[in-house]
Design a protein around this ligand. Structure first.
Ligand code: SF4
Ligand code: SF4
Length: 375
């Protein structure tokens, strides 16, 4: 099987994306050992990277490039992960989201605590993610509160959620509030998208994109920006974001009659269900080697953990969404791991960012972040 069109094979040891062919259920539902973040960290730590530069030690790799610690830059983005509930169960999901994750949903009190914290910062953007964040009963309240504060708002949308009966009005509702919609779509061709998200996911995504277009999204209007977000369908690095954007725009317009404004590409993080897939497909060792060997120092300054604060559904604070999924809570200089209720921006600005082996996913190749490539 050839590599998917949006990626290039980077190592002869990598297996083709043959096993990424079906949706799954959550690790938690299957009581998989990988449902525990500690087990994921142990799994990554146990990989023999002695043949790679600095033996796969992320901190040592940074130090060689004169970054003896990773410190935050001024806070720009409040990323609020309002729950793990999702209408889908994609094979590569780093959140282990799914329809069974009904317990992990941010409540109103925690949302209000986030808003109180937001008011203590100069962050210009609120990035709302999940799961499918629209399924949280307080999603619209949160958006309206951020609109009232004049923030740029991002809704990280999986597209298919827009087809649920109670979401019929959502494209117009978001458009009225000038919310940027960042939609995950593995590929502009059906085969690759369905391989990662399940049969029918591509068709539903196209219907959702048409609804967003009808609401004014994806037509060059800066008040209705529609961004597509793609990650490789297999054990490869995201590659050539700018070139791919042109290819995707042409492909989606020609074959589906839909338009969008911007494409961002992300590397898959070796955590959660993607980690499970790497193990099961025999790609884990080679993928980690690929990430370490592809370390790009030009990505460090722009790492999203430097300008973003990540908040979990239960109000814990993290340097990024990936650390959140690994339960690597951020640590203040006083040693405390604060809750959003105890938000202290001055102390947080002096912290050191928590890193581990998974961080090579952000620094490989062109780099990777919630805003796409970094270099
Ligand atoms: S749509 Fe996103 S959050 Fe939901 S299962 Fe897929 S990757 Fe995870
Ligand atoms: S996973 Fe990426 S964004 Fe998160 S702390 Fe590591 S380098 Fe930073």
């Amino acid at each position: 099987m050839s590599a998917p069109e949006n990626t290039l094979p980077q190592s002869p040891n990598l297996h083709p994306p043959i096993a990424m062919t079906k949706p799954t259920t959550s690790l938690q539902r299957r009581r998989s050992p990988l449902a525990a973040s500690s087990y994921q960290l142990q799994t990554l730590a146990a990989i023999d990277l002695s043949q790679t530069p600095h033996q796969g030690d992320f901190a040592a790799t940074l130090a060689v490039h004169d970054w003896h610690s990773l410190a935050p830059a001024p806070l720009e983005i409040f990323q609020i992960n309002i729950g793990k509930l999702c209408n889908m169960t994609c094979r590569h999901c780093h959140v282990d989201a799914g329809p069974d994750r009904t317990q992990e949903n941010m409540d109103r009190a925690t949302i209000d605590a986030c808003l109180d914290a937001l008011d203590q910062t100069t962050a210009h953007t609120v990035d709302i993610t999940g799961g499918a964040p629209e399924l949280n009963p307080h999603f619209r309240y949160l958006v309206d509160q951020c609109v009232a504060r004049g923030k740029h708002i991002i809704d990280r949308c999986n597209l298919t959620v827009l087809l649920l009966p109670r979401m019929q009005d959502l494209p117009e509702w978001l458009a009225e509030r000038q919310v940027e919609v960042v939609c995950s779509l593995p590929h502009y061709r059906q085969r690759n998208t369905d391989a990662q998200r399940g049969d029918g996911a591509f068709e539903q995504s196209i219907v959702a994109l048409r609804r967003l277009n009808a609401a004014g999204y994806g037509k060059g209007d800066p008040q209705r920006p529609l961004t597509l977000m793609s990650n490789p369908v297999g054990a490869f690095l995201a590659n050539g974001q700018a070139k791919l954007e042109q290819e995707w725009k042409a492909g989606l317009a020609k074959h589906q009659g839909v338009t969008f404004d911007r494409l961002i590409t992300l590397n898959n993080m070796p955590i959660s269900r993607y980690l499970e897939w790497l193990e099961q497909s025999g790609n884990l060792q080679a993928y980690l080697e690929l990430l370490v060997n592809s370390f790009n120092p030009g990505t460090i300054r722009g790492l999203m953990c430097r300008n973003t604060l990540s908040i979990s559904w239960d109000g814990r604070l993290f340097d990024c969404d990936f650390n959140q999924m690994l339960d690597l809570e951020l640590q203040q200089p006083d040693g405390k791991r604060p809750h959003i209720r105890d938000f202290d921006p001055k102390l947080l600005a002096k912290r050191q960012i928590v890193t581990d082996r998974h961080c090579f996913g952000c620094t490989a190749g062109a780099g990777s972040s919630c805003g796409g490539a970094l270099a």
